[in-house]
Design a protein around this ligand. Structure first.
Ligand code: ADP
Ligand code: ADP
Ligand code: ZN
Length: 219
């Protein structure tokens, strides 16, 4: 099963994708996490990507498409994947169709998580993430089970993303409206777009998505 999770910054894509990965055994592929790994390398490309990300703009399509195409070709993606943060532009959506067709793969569902702007701002301003695995938490809505320890990987180091500062958040909302929303009509026309109410609590949103994806198929 191949699924896209779509939604504005802070809508809960990463939080939900991590849960679905565990439940359905399909790979969570987050282009934001991949780019953060590139920036950590300190390479020339890394520095360039970091300045783009910190400002809230998008990394160029050619770099993004090449990175994602290489990733979905890896063996651990054979059982299916959840795309989180890709595609974000019309050319990326077209490139995804082409790469799936080339591999004789389909898109089962495109799930749009809808959240009000005020709630998004509240979520991003309180978000902190694990420095090692990228798992995302919230100061009020989603604290780690054991204080100061990542639920997923046990790390004790957390960061506040630079692009969650208000200046960058405003730019990211604008980028979402102008560059990402235009990919929705094509999925709607193909009848694969489903909308969930992302204003609900984390568990309820998971339930809504599981209703769409259906029961876990036996291994
Ligand atoms: P969020 O889920 O909060 O919107 P992400 O972690 O998905 O943030 O992305 C962080 C940043 O990484 C983006 O603002 C952008 O600079 C870069 N990025 C991630 N995915 C893409 C993509 N598909 N195309 C271009 N840039 C991307
Ligand atoms: P995205 O990947 O779409 O940018 P995240 O999954 O990182 O979003 O979630 C953004 C922030 O909101 C995080 O701090 C997360 O803990 C919190 N969050 C996610 N889903 C919900 C929800 N349904 N209700 C309240 N807070 C949430
Ligand atoms: Zn972690």
């Amino acid at each position: 099963m191949n699924v896209i999770l779509l939604g504005p910054p802070g809508s809960g894509k990463g939080t939900q994708a991590k849960r679905l990965e565990e439940r359905y055994g399909i790979r969570h592929l987050a282009t934001g996490d991949m780019f953060r790994a590139v920036t950590a390398s300190g390479s020339e490309l890394g520095l360039r990507v970091k300045s783009i990300m910190d400002s809230g703009q998008l990394v160029p399509d050619d770099i993004t498409i090449e990175m994602l195409a290489a990733r979905i070709g890896e063996p651990d993606c054979r059982g299916g994947f959840i795309l989180d943060g890709f595609p974000r532009t019309v050319p990326q959506a077209e490139a995804l169709d082409a790469m799936l067709a080339q591999r004789h793969l389909g898109l089962n569902h495109v799930i749009l998580i809808e959240v009000d702007d005020a709630a998004l701002i509240d979520r991003l301003s309180g978000r902190f993430t694990c420095a090692r695995c990228g798992a995302s938490y919230h100061e009020r809505y989603n604290r780690p089970r054991f204080e100061g320890v990542c639920d997923v990987c046990g790390s004790r180091e957390f960061i506040h993303r630079l692009d969650d500062r208000p200046e960058a958040v405003a730019a990211r909302f604008q980028v979402y409206r102008r560059q990402t929303e235009p990919i929705l009509p094509s999925y709607r026309e193909r009848g694969i777009l489903r909308v969930v109410d992302g204003m609900a609590g984390i568990d309820e949103v998971t339930q809504q998505i599981e209703m769409i994806l259906g029961p876990v198929s036996p291994a």
